[in-house]
Design a protein around this ligand. Structure first.
Ligand code: NAD
Length: 427
């Protein structure tokens, strides 16, 4: 089967919206490609004394609205095109959330599980030794992503600070708490999902207190989305699900009185896998992994992986469902989008719905730059304001132009980036 090229997909999506926006083809040509790309080799001394050379990347898609922002991935299948696509999507995500940042992404071709801790540290420092002149709080602010951790961001920030001769915590976000990290980052993406769900419910005249949600996944995003759905909105959570590494399959967990996510957290490991026998003893019903999508619910929150709501699974969606909130990146395929449209299901697209993570990363770098730290309540309050405004910006565009929320989110984002480029005299 032909491999999907992520960057070709990102360009196709952009071309579709550029057409809707009637964008000048010369301006499109600027936005279809990243502005800068770095491809470099990082020599690392291994523990056994040998020297290994790793391939590294950083792509800066567009910084018209502010410094580039985006994660660094350590993955054996990393390619320049994947990094380009992810950098492009970051430009749109930051713009739709209206945070003054552009889009970037980086990576190293490596399976981090094959390295010892000192080797990982040397590799992280090596990446910074190559890139330090082209990153920084005013240029490009990386963060953790697939295969990278808060600890790694700590090493990278330290290397940058040493090379520049100034303590500069704002050069990387996603650092550990106490090492320049922000309060509220753990909750940010899941709670952000719920702020957009709350606003969508107002728009749809749904009663949150009488609403039931079915969630897929029980990792960082789903855990706090489930907690928020109950504690902030007063709703009920019908189920959550997870991947079981031992059984190599997924399971759905439900309870006749509704799921208690705070209890489930006490029996869930760091990878988001729930202990089946403890859940069973606590009265949970355990079904196959796809059962979540067929639950009698008003709201579906896919918060696990991409492509989970697809031509096959979408057939199981109950006629009660009125709202889908995409906590995960890319959880719905174009066939699922068609189904939502045909069945009048309101969809909050991923790069709007899960923008709480990058928004709080932005707050982290702001706090770092000020050297003044906010309480968790302050962080979450500001996050709520940003997410609420972002949601309504997209909703207005969707209503004004008669397009889906997904197209509207792209339109808002591209429009903002184009305006910034025009104001700066780039185009
Ligand atoms: P995570 O690794 O913490 O959790 C993933 C969860 O999904 C786990 O509970 C895992 O068991 C479950 N899962 C995996 N495969 C499954 C399957 N086939 N069926 C059911 N459950 C399955 O990840 P996360 O940080 O919660 O991220 C989830 C999604 O949200 C990803 O698409 C990620 O890119 C996106 N996202 C995350 C953040 C963030 O801040 N964490 C921000 C934006 C977007």
């Amino acid at each position: 089967m032909a491999q999907i090229n992520a960057f070709e997909m990102a360009q196709k999506q952009f071309d579709g919206v550029a057409k809707l926006l009637n964008l000048d083809p010369q301006i499109s040509e600027v936005l279809r490609w990243p502005m800068r790309e770095f491809s470099f080799r990082i020599p690392v001394r291994m523990d056994d004394g040998s020297l290994r050379v790793f391939q590294g990347y950083r792509v800066q898609h567009n910084d018209a609205r502010g410094p580039n922002k985006g994660g660094i991935r350590f993955h054996p299948n990393e390619t320049l095109d994947t990094v380009r696509a992810l950098a492009t999507w970051m430009t749109w995500k930051c713009a739709v959330a209206d945070i003054p940042l552009g889009g970037g992404k980086g990576g190293i071709i490596v399976d981090p599980a094959t390295l010892t801790t000192p080797e990982k540290e040397r590799l992280c420092r090596g990446w910074v030794q190559t890139m330090w002149k082209n990153i920084g709080p005013r240029q490009d602010v990386p963060a953790p992503d697939v295969g990278t951790t808060p600890q790694m961001m700590g090493w990278m920030m330290d290397e940058y600070s040493k090379l520049t001769g100034e303590y500069t915590p704002g050069v990387f976000t996603g650092k550990p708490l106490g090492g320049g990290g922000s309060e509220g980052r753990t909750e940010a993406t899941g709670y952000g999902v719920i702020y957009t769900v709350r606003e969508a419910m107002k728009h749809l005249n749904m009663d949150p207190g009488k609403s039931v949600a079915a969630l897929q996944g029980f990792g960082n995003v789903s855990q706090y989305a489930a907690i928020g759905f109950i504690e902030m909105l007063g709703g009920t959570v019908a189920c959550v699900s997870c991947w079981d590494r031992e059984d190599r399959t997924s399971y759905t967990f439900s309870h006749k009185d509704g799921v208690d996510p705070r209890y489930l957290l006490t029996i869930t490991d760091q990878y988001g896998t729930i202990d089946k026998s403890k859940a069973k003893s606590a009265g949970y019903l355990i079904e196959d992994g796809e059962a979540w999508i067929g639950k009698e619910a008003d709201v579906l929150i896919p918060a696990a992986l991409e492509g989970q709501v697809n031509a096959e699974t979408v057939k199981r969606v109950s006629s009660r469902v009125r709202l889908v909130a995409e906590g995960a990146n890319g959880p719905a395929t174009p066939e699922a989008d068609e189904f939502f449209k045909a069945n009048n299901i309101f969809n909050i697209p991923d790069f709007l719905c899960n923008a709480g993570g990058v928004t709080t990363s932005y707050f982290e770098s702001v706090q770092n730059d000020m050297n003044f730290y906010w309480t968790k309540e302050e962080v979450l309050q500001r996050l709520d304001t940003k997410m609420t405004l972002a949601f309504h910006g997209v909703l207005q565009m969707s209503e004004r132009e008669g397009v889906t929320m997904r197209d509207a989110a792209y339109m808002v984002a591209i429009d903002r980036v184009v305006r910034a480029m025009q104001l700066r005299g780039w185009v």
